[in-house]
Design a binder for this molecule. Structure first.
Ligand code: SF4
Length: 239
């Protein structure tokens, strides 16, 4: 099967085809290019973070936005579309910490977020109770077609600045994406995006105290938003 490109050489197959995406990346970028971009992004994010006194992850989001501005055609996503916000988002601990930080700054009550997402929260809670491994259970099905816990009533993201990589990589750049069908989602891939998950994993590794660090394997565990919210609530109750 050939990966589908648009006229700008960007991947447009949709976010469900991970094997196709992998194939696309290997065909489009050399190992050398991938490795060099990864190292440059990690170093640049840390340097920008030091210079601006911001968290390294925030710095990385800025660099990713810049890469997009320079390399991808203008996005056609519009405020209030929210198609991608009904699919299910998985994120690392570092990304989650960034979301909690922003939520605190903006006065977003996470208990209220949980209350309005009870439907999907309870499905995920049950999967955890049943000791289901969320890597093997079809977790996507647990939350599909339901709004993301952080989607505001007006169809806008309430934590936009801190939205995770999953959200940043699903965009429309041809027509306005109005479909509620997952397979119609569009995805643009620059090499900076392609290494994004590994950069985030590295930043998390380097920010973890040395005695807690595990050997770096290039990835960090992902959890659904709902799972992080459940963990957050349990911890807050214990305090
Ligand atoms: S975090 Fe924001 S952008 Fe991402 S799915 Fe949720 S509402 Fe949408």
């Amino acid at each position: 099967m050939t990966a589908a490109y648009d006229e700008n050489g960007l991947f447009i197959q949709g976010m469900t085809g991970t094997d196709e995406l992998e194939k696309f990346l290997r065909a489009r970028f050399s190992e050398k290019e991938i490795q060099e971009t990864y190292q440059a992004m990690v170093e640049s994010a840390k340097a920008l973070a030091r210079a601006e006194k911001i968290p390294p992850l925030t710095a990385f989001w800025r660099l990713l936005d810049l890469a997009y501005q320079h390399k991808a055609p203008p996005l056609t996503c519009e405020k209030g579309c929210a198609h991608c916000c009904h699919t299910g988002v998985a994120l690392t601990r570092l990304e989650w910490d960034g979301v909690v930080h922003l939520a605190r700054e903006k006065g977003i009550d996470l208990n209220a977020v949980i209350e309005r997402s009870l439907k999907t929260i309870e499905r995920v809670r049950q999967a955890i109770r049943d000791n289901k491994n969320l890597d093997t259970v079809d977790w996507h099905r647990l939350v599909i077609n339901q709004p993301c816990p952080f989607l505001g009533g007006d169809g806008e993201c309430t934590i936009y600045e801190a939205r995770p990589l999953d959200c940043r990589m699903v965009v429309a750049f041809r027509d306005r994406c109005q479909s509620k069908k997952l397979e119609h989602a569009q995805r643009g891939v620059t090499v900076e995006e392609a290494v994004g998950a590994t950069v985030v994993a590295r930043l998390q590794h380097d920010q973890t105290p040395k005695f807690k660090r595990r050997k770096f394997h290039g990835t960090q565990p992902l959890r659904l938003f709902q799972h992080w919210l459940i963990t957050w609530q349990e911890k807050s109750r214990k305090k």
